[in-house]
Ligand binder design. Sequence first.
Ligand code: NAD
Length: 248
Amino acid sequence: MSLENKTVVITGAAMGIGRAAAISCAEAGGRTVLADIDETRLKETFGEIHAAGGESSCQVVDVSDARQVEDLMAGAVEDFGRIDALINCAGILEGAYVPVDELDETVWQRVMDVNLKGSFLTCKYVAPVMKKQKKGVIVLLSSGAGVRGGSSSVAYGTSKGAVHGQAVVLESQLASFGIRVHAVCPGGIATPMKLRNIAQAAESRGDSVEEALKQAEEYLGDPEGVGRILAFLVSDHADHLRQTVFTR
Ligand code: NAD
């Protein structure tokens, strides 16, 4: 599998699944355009890829801000001439273990802005580039939460169900332009987001956080496993794949 001569924009690249995806894409020979709101950790991912000889650029971006997302895509085209793939991993999980009748509207809105609007904006600004190329792959990070089952957060689960819907709608809208769209639903993966969520769950039950995190090591998947799947998905080897991909 090779991503030689391909430019892949990865949001949420500072940590967790996005970071793993960026490293996998770079290892496959792809040029990576890294974006995240966390500048310090974004630079760490960039530094690691650069040190290994990968061609990369990085930009601090809030995916819920239209202008910043537009600039991100314009910058990628300016630097590398094209965008072959987008992997939108930026996301937040807030409002966990809060009953719907106690959930603050501002928390709901923040989750929607980052997870759902961010997903919309990245598609909105990458689509014209890919349409012009008559080729591209868009991968949106959804979740089993809100698609197959429940979630600890009403806002998070709802946003991820909506991202799944967005991918299904865009798949048919963009197929005739040679653009493949997938939603990816990872299982429980040991990232800062998931580990924080497990700690909160233990706290809310009055259990030991340390013990819960230790147990989680046995059942959580590793971000690198999902990162490899994401790199494969944006490669030409995945040309025959369609629709939603669930991982362990
Ligand atoms: P994470 O918290 O470890 O990483 C998320 C990244 O997104 C961070 O680097 C963060 O700084 C960045 N980010 C947050 N808000 C942003 C914004 N406004 N603009 C730009 N970047 C922003 O989370 P993760 O577990 O790696 O999750 C990655 C994606 O996978 C998310 O969309 C998440 O919902 C999804 N997911 C994760 C799991 C899991 O078990 N970890 C399961 C299903 C789905």
